[in-house]
Ligand binder design. Structure first.
Ligand SMILES: Cc1cc2nc3c(=O)[nH]c(=O)nc-3n(C[C@H](O)[C@H](O)[C@H](O)COP(=O)(O)OP(=O)(O)OC[C@H]3O[C@@H](n4cnc5c(N)ncnc54)[C@H](O)[C@@H]3O)c2cc1C
Length: 465
């Protein structure tokens, strides 16, 4: 009798590690990508994979990848499934490698300010493990409680406190990963290196296409001595952008700086009369006092009035909410969030053009944006669109129209097309505009060198050849 692929793999890994029951397969068919949920809603769901592997340790990941490379079986790494760009969409011939089973804290080192975790560790649990020692990772994506530390690396994630603490690439110290041929690599040793290209960047943003991240060591911070908040409201988005630019380019670094357009400001707080700008200041008490005072002086100089600071307290309480798509889909509403970035000189035009494109979609209920990550050279914009239709068959096209409007407006003004959610499936077609044709060709050659059998997460990140 010929064995099925899952049966053969189960003989390699052990019975309990390879799951084939319908519930386990169905639960890992896709991530949080809106379009997968639209398709579920319309009865055109992603198929279940052939099996789910729940590795007990690095050796199981190595054995799985060796097996898959030899047999030419696709492998789809799965963290905790909170990705929003279609990085996980199962197919009937694939192994879904569920890294959530590898979730140990390996060590917390309060002297060198490091903490190391298995890649499947839940982000909030990782933060709690270091908080017990008076430390913080400082990485707070809205999805902190439903995403894994390996997923953060695989998607080049950003946390809400990034303006001071940096994005995931600034916080990661060491990445342990298994290459498609089963080889183990440990990348990142000292606090800084001049030892050839930084190979950690092969895994940062690789979205499961170049290997499987099995362990992550973070460079930590001591928990801040003090935290305070401030809030302002600018007369329009451009005035707010100028205020933010002045703060950041003067050298101040409030960890949180968020600016909402008028629509989102009102949604945040009914007292808003214009574009709210919310800030959180953290660190040594003297630095926090100096920063708060300096920001207040700049606001006065630029005629930016203060807003009630309890709006920031309310945002802090609500900030990790994870909404359910189904509630909207039942009302015929297609929605999504799309993040881009650009230099200070272009961000205003991108905001205007992208929101205009969204509002031009028939049935548009909302086309709005806020910024949430500021840099010396520019900032990000995080668009939200919601469009209602009574034609279920039109939902997918409407969804793609929303994306196209934002991508094209951003590209037209020279902005970056993906700030922190990654490329997945939804942005593949625009990758060449981000990396150039030569850049995509280079990535393709790297992918082929590491994964000649093409087993790692096919259909993600790279556009079809
Ligand atoms: C409500 C909500 C809010 C969000 N807020 C933020 C935010 O503030 N900032 C932000 O950056 N993102 C945010 N996200 C997006 C998402 O949480 C991040 O992309 C997160 O990093 C994904 O982690 P995950 O473990 O859930 O990965 P998954 O969704 O399981 O996988 C995402 C991608 O990474 C790959 N992958 C996962 N684990 C591994 C691994 N160990 N090795 C190799 N590849 C792997 C997968 O194959 C897939 O391509 C949000 C999502 C939701 C639903």
């Amino acid at each position: 009798m010929t064995r099925s692929m899952p049966e053969t793999l189960a003989r390699v890994l052990g019975e309990g590690t390879v799951l084939t029951d319908a519930a386990s397969l169905a639960a890992r068919r896709h991530d949080y990508w809106m379009l997968s949920h639209v398709r579920d809603h319309l009865g055109a769901s992603a198929p279940s994979p052939a099996c789910v592997v729940r590795p007990g340790g690095v050796e199981d990941v190595q054995a799985t990848l060796r097996f898959a490379s030899a047999a030419g079986v696709p492998v789809i790494p799965f963290g905790l499934g909170s990705g929003v760009v279609g990085g996980v969409v199962a197919r009937p011939d694939a192994i879904v490698l569920d890294m959530g089973s590898m979730n140990r804290t390996r060590f917390v080192d309060p002297v060198n300010l490091q903490a190391s975790f298995d890649a499947g560790k839940n982000g909030l649990e990782a933060e709690q493990a270091v908080a017990e020692e008076g430390l913080t990772i400082g990485h707070w994506p809205q999805s902190v409680g439903v995403s894994s530390v390996g997923g953060w690396v695989a998607t080049r994630a950003s946390g809400q406190f990034s303006t001071a603490y940096g994005n995931i690439e600034d916080i990661v110290h060491t990445i342990e990963a298994v290459l498609p041929n089963g080889e183990l690599v440990i990348l990142g040793k000292g606090p800084r290196a001049s030892a050839g290209p930084d190979l950690r960047h092969l895994m940062l943003g690789s979205e499961g296409t170049l290997g499987v991240i099995t362990g992550v060591t973070f460079s930590l911070r001591r928990a801040p001595e003090t935290r305070t908040v401030s809030a302002f409201q600018a007369g329009g988005m451009r005035a707010g952008f100028e205020f933010q630019r002045e703060i950041i380019q003067s050298g101040w670094r409030p960890p949180v700086v968020r600016q909402y357009d008028e629509r989102e400001s009102l949604r945040l707080d009914a007292r808003a009369t214009a574009c709210l700008i919310l800030m959180v200041h953290e660190g040594p008490a003297a630095v926090v006092a100096a920063e708060t005072a300096a920001v207040g002086e700049l606001a006065a100089k630029m005629n930016i009035p203060a807003a009630p600071p309890d709006i920031v307290d309310h945002w802090l309480e609500q900030r990790n909410h994870v909404p359910s798509w189904e509630m909207f889909l039942q009302r015929g509403i297609v929605l999504d969030t799309v993040e881009v970035s650009a230099g200070w000189g272009a961000i205003g035009a991108i905001y205007d053009d992208a929101t205009a494109a969204l509002k031009a979609i028939p049935g548009c209920l909302a086309g709005s944006a806020h910024s949430s990550h500021a840099y010396r050279g520019g900032l990000n914009l995080y668009f939200t669109f919601a469009v209602q239709t009574d034609e279920p068959g039109a939902m997918e096209a409407i969804y793609l129209d929303g994306w196209r409007g934002i991508m094209e407006a951003t590209d037209r003004h020279g902005g970056g097309l993906a700030h922190h959610h990654g490329i997945g499936r939804v942005r593949r077609a625009w990758l060449e505009r981000e990396l150039s044709a030569g850049g995509v060709a280079l990535l393709r050659r790297l992918k082929h060198a590491l994964d000649p059998a093409g087993i790692m997460n096919p259909g993600v990140l790279l556009p079809d050849a």
